[in-house]
Design a protein around this ligand. Structure first.
Ligand code: ADP
Length: 428
């Protein structure tokens, strides 16, 4: 039995697609449909149809351009493309043939003759245009393409300017919101802390009241941290992050940070192993800011590792090979690399760079079920890694992520590497 011929119909009008689809299906053809030029090109590549019916007047990429592109694709140059158009202007047929079409069917489609015409084109019928006419239409065709290219570039330039403007507005909003929130929050935090300590030690206050006050204090502290993160992001973006640079040992910074998580690690039954880092040379850096980097990394390792897992921190000295590991980003001769590895859910390789963007979270934030920063898969504002990168860059270093992928069942784990230069004080 003869195999059913496959026809791709590229047409933006739904009713036409239904009509032509039915007629050709009834005539024994398999019909594929694309509703615009770009989809038509993609489907032509993927499905390699026996014939393409191409509507000419479509928004976006029109049928002439789609036909030209399809004819240039490997494996499709011999596939008949038949223009279908409601244009009744003189030269429409020639225009379509010049663009690469092999035939022309005027709209409205004559449903009685359509199956026959399709059969003829499938059987080898080809329409041609004479050379002189073709030359004229080719020029007109290129002029039209250039005009539409110009229009698209203008549209893109305007859209790009609008995007830049809204990015500036967004940054301004973050800066203003963070500044305005910080002052009242500091006042609230101060009073709440006083209330907690007074009521904790007062025999007159019942335990429920103390518990509620402690709850308020925890919430206010978290809010304060988020606002502080927003301010840090603002400074990083504006290049105004101030570093208090002193010679320091990363080993003691990491030990301090790890200690600060002791309760959370115990609660989540996580093992944190810190390999000896004392052999690492001291570096020039900002103690508080570098603590912030490792706080975020270890905090995330806790957050994204299921109970019972492990976190390992290791470090090594690097020479010139650092430039091979992070091409084009580092300056200098000597570096140290610290790695925070976990046995957690891992990160899809497609997300490895995005997670360093401001407010970026792989999961939908509406799934945040918890407010604690160290609960498994607890929520966050998506600022930790962008701050970590900003701080590392301000130290003329780099931070990046490695993971085989995201798998909450088998937990492939993630590794976050920080490289920092050993040598002179950073210039900023
Ligand atoms: P937050 O943790 O507040 O959401 P971050 O900027 O610290 O924001 O992290 C961004 C995202 O990167 C997280 O939401 C998470 O999806 C992913 N991520 C960060 N660290 C890890 C990790 N150790 N394991 C798996 N995913 C991680």
């Amino acid at each position: 039995m003869e195999e059913r011929k496959r026809i791709l119909y590229v047409e933006d009008d739904f009713n036409n697609r239904i009509l032509v689809g039915r007629v050709l299906q009834a005539a024994g053809y398999e019909i594929l449909e694309a509703e615009d030029g770009l989809t038509g090109i993609r489907m032509a590549q993927e499905t390699k149809p026996d014939l393409i019916l191409m509507d000419i007047n479509m928004p976006g990429l029109d049928g002439y351009a789609a036909a030209t592109k399809i004819k240039s694709l490997p494996g499709l140059s011999g596939t008949p493309v038949i223009a279908v158009t409601a244009n009744v202007m003189a030269g429409d047929r020639e225009r379509a043939l010049t663009a690469g079409c092999d035939g022309y069917l005027p709209k409205p489609i004559d449903v009685d003759t359509l199956p026959n015409q399709v059969r003829e084109f499938l059987g080898g019928r080809r329409e041609t245009v004479d050379e002189d006419q073709e030359r004229g239409f080719l020029r007109e065709f290129s002029e039209r393409l250039v005009a539409s290219l110009e229009e698209k570039i203008e549209e893109l330039t305007t859209a790009n300017e609008q995007l830049k403007r809204s990015d500036v507005m967004k940054s301004r909003f973050i800066a203003v919101a963070a500044h305005e929130l910080r002052t009242p929050l500091t006042v609230i935090r101060g009073y709440v802390d006083i209330l907690v300590s007074v009521n904790r030690s007062s025999p007159k206050t019942d335990s429920n009241t103390v518990m509620m006050l402690e709850g308020i204090a925890t919430g206010v502290k978290r809010l304060h941290e988020i606002v502080q993160d927003m301010l840090d992001v603002t400074h990083i973006e504006a290049g105004t992050l101030q570093l208090q640079v002193v010679p320091l040992s990363l080993s003691s910074i990491i030990t301090q940070v790890a200690d600060s998580y002791r309760d959370s690690l115990a609660r989540r039954q996580l093992t944190l192993t810190q390999e000896p880092l004392t052999h690492l040379p001291s570096i020039w850096g900002d103690n508080v800011r570098l603590q912030q980097v490792f706080k975020n990394l270890i905090g995330n390792a806790i957050k994204f590792t299921p109970d019972g897992g492990s976190i390992t921190i290791s470090g090594r000295k690097l020479g010139q090979e650092a430039h091979l590991i992070v091409p084009g980003r580092l300056q200098g001769q000597n570096f140290i690399q610290v790695t925070v590895a976990d046995t957690g859910v891992g990160i899809d390789p497609a997300e490895h760079e995005h997670i360093f963007e401001r407010f970026y979270e792989v999961r939908d934030p509406s799934f945040h079920g918890s407010t604690s920063k160290t609960d498994f898969m607890g929520g966050g504002a998506g600022l930790g890694l962008s701050i970590a990168r900003g701080v590392t860059e301000a130290h003329e270093g780099w931070i990046w992520a490695e993971s085989e992928g995201y798998d909450s069942e088998h937990c492939p784990g993630s590794r976050f590497h920080v490289i920092l230069p050993v040598g002179d004080a950073p210039k900023r």
